[in-house]
Design a protein around this ligand. Structure first.
Ligand code: PMP
Length: 455
């Protein structure tokens, strides 16, 4: 589809839809508040609004759209399945589509993990898979609590929220379960005020010593859960060495390690799965978002010795979404066959290098980081006092203005991170060189413009 050839729809219908959305939908609307647009068509990285404007989409379904919107390979898989007459809803019954998806998934996972793994199909969201993983490990170990990290995000259902970090979304609820919060190595705002290799080392030393302290208050937990690159937490990559330390520490103490790859999976970080950078083999991997090829799908994959569930121990009506299995299998195979993880690594490094240069010119850019095409630009107030690591205070108000200035320039970029001051770039892995250029140019212009408005 050539978007250029499309007639521009009138603005009227879009305005009415937005107005009715404001009146009828919940106050918890999120992206809809940041981006008051009504997408009517989308192709690859481009989204067209009802007002005829086009946007480059660096949100891509919060990292879901590995191949962008409506990729031909995904559409063909969906059409083929629809035309085949296969049942679209199957609970957890066997189907050719599920069988094929499982094969495609296991083929992409690290062999030493996949060779002795089981797959549990969950309810369709990432948070469902997190719940399932925690419950599985509680069942297998007979223990209750969990180890989780500052800045982590795992979803909005009770157990997933309990292991997540963001206080603003946890606060109104009673605490969900016994969770021990551990420091995640975030060099720019180091929990120990040290940063770099020393901060990373301390994060591992603290964890090990706490777990071994008989008066440390930590009852042996059912699992440790972590992201290899924190996504919502602000595109914070864990150093590979620290991740290997977490693996050693948990293995030595018989604590299952659950890696949440909901956002980092399917090539996003420059490897098919983010754990592959460090070589760590987890006990379970939580997968969703891109594995459904833009349709809802979530699974937990785990080492078979943890498969201690009784039949029916964890059910759910929507575990057999035939279209998502077909779209997901097509996506996994396309990413693998076309080396899109490697391309994400190359492009991510290029984008980071350019943003680092921009940082030299624009002191409001405090930090540029990420891995592959999971990138973050942390905005700060350079006039504010710096901490012991040299970091200035986060500037969430500037970040909102930059997001608006991006949208005005046809660029969709969402915020995240500890203070909602991190511009998060999650473009499809299919982003072209020209689109990379356009994203960088628009972003630089938007930051410049937002700074000018501030003065
Ligand atoms: N884990 C991670 C790492 C995530 O990024 C997210 C969603 N952003 C989730 C879990 C929850 O997924 P969902 O929104 O599909 O429930």
């Amino acid at each position: 589809m050539s978007l250029a050839a499309l007639p521009a729809p009138s603005t009227g219908p879009g305005d009415g839809i937005l107005r009715r959305q404001r009146l009828r939908e919940s106050a918890a609307r999120t992206y809809a508040r940041s981006f008051p647009i009504v997408p009517v068509r989308a192709n690859g990285m481009t989204v067209e609004g009802a007002d005829g404007r086009r946007y480059l989409d660096c949100l891509a379904g919060a990292g879901t759209l590995a191949l962008g919107h409506n990729h031909p390979v995904v559409l063909a898989a969906i059409r083929r399945t629809l035309d085949s007459g296969a049942p679209l809803h199957l609970l957890d019954l066997a189907s050719a589509e599920k069988d094929d998806f499982t094969t495609a998934l296991l083929e992409t996972l690290p062999a030493e993990f996949a060779d002795r793994a089981r797959v549990h199909f969950c309810g369709p969201a990432g948070t469902d898979a997190v719940e399932a993983a925690l419950k599985l490990m509680q069942t297998a170990t007979g223990r209750r609590g969990a180890l989780a990290f500052t800045g982590g995000y795992h979803g909005m259902t009770a157990g997933a929220l309990a292991v997540s970090g963001p206080v603003s979304v946890k606060e109104p609820l009673p605490s969900g379960g016994e969770v021990t919060r551990l420091p995640y190595p975030y060099s720019y705002r180091c929990p120990f005020g040290l940063g770099g290799a020393e901060g990373e080392r301390m994060a591992a030393v603290y964890t090990e010593r706490l777990l071994d302290d008989p008066s440390g208050g930590v009852v042996p937990p059912a699992a440790m859960i972590l992201e290899a690159v924190q996504g919502e937490g602000g595109a914070v990559p864990a150093p590979d060495g620290w991740l290997r330390e977490m693996r050693r520490i948990t293995a030595e103490r018989g604590i299952p390690l659950v890696v949440d790859e909901v956002q980092t999976g399917v090539g996003r970080t420059g490897a098919m799965w983010a754990v592959q950078h460090s070589g760590v083999v987890p006990d379970a991997m939580v997968l969703s978002k891109a594995i459904g090829g833009s349709l809802p799908l979530a699974v937990v994959v785990y080492r078979e010795e943890y498969d201690r569930w009784r039949p029916g121990a964890h059910t759910g009506t929507f575990r057999g979404n035939t279209l998502a299995m077909a779209a997901g299998a097509a996506t996994l195979r396309h990413v693998a066959a076309n080396g899109l993880a490697d391309r994400a690594a190359v492009l991510g490094a290029r984008i980071q290098a350019e943003l680092a240069e921009l940082r030299g010119r624009l002191p409001v850019i405090g930090d540029v980081r990420g891995r592959g095409l999971l990138l973050g630009v942390e905005l700060v107030d350079p006039e504010g006092p710096s901490d012991s690591c040299g970091a200035h205070p986060a500037d969430p108000r500037l970040a909102v203005r930059v997001r608006e200035a991006c949208l005005a320039r046809g660029l969709i970029v969402e915020l995240g991170g500890r203070h909602d001051a991190v511009l998060r770039l999650l473009p499809p892995l299919t982003i072209t060189d020209e689109q990379v250029r356009a994203v960088l140019d628009r972003l630089a212009e938007a930051i410049d413009a937002a700074c000018r408005d501030q003065r």
